[in-house]
Design a binder for this molecule. Structure first.
Ligand SMILES: *Cc1c(COP(=O)(O)O)cnc(C)c1O
Length: 400
């Protein structure tokens, strides 16, 4: 067993060696520009991009023509939200617009909404229940006459809760409002099929599904003009004019391979990973009866465990446990001292939010690693003195 044990697969996943193998030829002999139409080098690159686009599309039940390659989910989300606002402004000079989103969204969505807010777009941030779920009726009630978009994440990156996307998509259809989903943690881990759950825009990323960093996709329903998206990067007109710039062919080839592997192995892998996750939770709970879990007990990603250790400090536990790589929340908020906005949104007191560790298992996690990590977590939690100022009196709220 190699130390440290990696249990932070929500932040990023290791590259699958089969993905690396699929990428290598496009760094070496097939180095061509996929937009070079005049010679063999370009054709080889273009062919690789076509194959990968098909593989990525198939994973979510889309058509190849509906996949726009970007640098990752953050860019996809920016293109979806800012692109739609700008598209409406260009199409009919409209200024007044409204977006509906939720409190547990990734900063890529929340901060994009904030930026749009500065240009006059109104947005509603919906509350969630104690499990972190957005109520479909609340989505319905929040939609106004000038609502152009509902943006709800498919699965949460901190607590793993899976949103009731089917019901939310029905609400959006009934009201005639477009639906975007940040599906970065869902795609490749659970079935996401936009034929059965008709989102209009979907953002996701290769490096959360054993592909390389720096490549992602935006799914855009249909190829017509129903969704007025304005590009956020102008140039040579690549990607249906929505995202100019020379394609990152090796990364795209890797993304395609990762998508193909996920489609083939998802079912078996999620069963195996769920068993390991349950083992981790059981081991920790058996030794530390005062801990509690965050997120939905059933509608939750198989690889996710968010565990609160009342009276302890998660940051101190992490420092004391350098042989186990876990986090306190999303990678993006680790640099900030604020307690997790997701844990606060599900009603955790800030002392409990600061006492919470996020575990993310993955394709390469072994039982030996899980048992090791559980033992270390128990040792560290038992050794850290509960601090008087963190005295825990309301912690039963929302427990399960
Ligand atoms: C990782 C992540 C992102 C950002 O993805 P990048 O490809 O790194 O930009 C956005 N949303 C969620 C839910 C994520 O987990």
């Amino acid at each position: 067993m190699r130390l440290p044990v990696y249990l932070d697969n929500q932040a990023t996943t290791p590259l699958d060696p089969r993905v690396l193998e699929a990428m290598l030829p496009y760094f070496t002999e097939h180095f061509g520009n996929a937009a070079s139409k005049a010679h063999e080098f370009g054709w080889m690159a273009e062919a690789a991009v076509d194959v990968a686009r098909g593989q990525v599309a198939r994973l979510i039940g889309a058509d190849s023509s509906e996949i726009i390659f970007t640098s990752g989910a953050t860019e996809s989300i920016n293109l979806a939200l800012k692109g739609l606002v700008e598209g409406h402004r260009r199409r009919n000079g409209r200024q007044e617009m409204h977006i509906v989103t939720a409190a547990t969204e990734h900063h890529a969505v929340l901060d994009t909404c904030k930026a749009l807010g500065m240009s006059g777009v109104r947005y509603t941030v919906l509350r969630v229940d104690h499990f972190g779920r957005v109520e479909p009726d609340a989505v319905s009630r929040a939609i106004q006459d000038d609502t152009i978009l509902v943006s709800v994440m498919w699965a949460n990156n901190e607590i793993g809760t899976i949103a009731p996307m089917s019901e939310i998509s029905e609400v959006c259809r009934a009201k005639g409002v477009l639906l975007h989903s940040d599906a970065t943690q869902a795609v490749g881990k659970i079935p996401v099929d936009i034929r059965s759950i008709p989102a209009d825009l979907l953002s996701f990323s290769a490096h959360k599904m054993y592909g390389p960093k720096g490549i992602g996709a935006l799914y855009v329903r249909g190829t017509g003009q129903r969704i007025p998206l304005a590009p956020q990067i102008d140039g040579g007109g690549h990607e249906r004019g929505l995202r100019s710039g020379t394609l990152n062919v090796p990364a795209i080839a890797g993304f395609g391979k990762a998508a193909k592997l996920a489609a083939a192995e998802m079912e078996e892998e999620s069963k195996r990973v769920a068993e390991l996750r349950d083992l981790l939770e059981r081991q920790i709970c058996a030794a530390l009866p005062d801990v509690f879990m965050n997120g939905h007990p059933v509608d939750r990603l198989a690889n996710s465990a968010s565990i609160t250790f009342p009276g302890r400090r998660a940051d101190a536990m992490i420092l004391a446990m350098k042989d186990v790589a876990v986090s306190t929340g999303s990678a993006c908020s680790s640099a900030m001292p604020e307690p997790s906005h997701v844990l606060q949104a599900i009603g955790r007191l800030s002392a409990d939010a600061r006492a919470t560790l996020r575990f993310g298992l993955g394709r390469f996690t072994t039982e030996e690693e899980v048992l090791y990590a559980a033992r270390r977590v128990v040792e560290v939690a038992a050794g850290s003195q509960p601090a008087a100022e963190l005295f825990h009196s309301f912690g039963n709220q929302g427990r399960h």
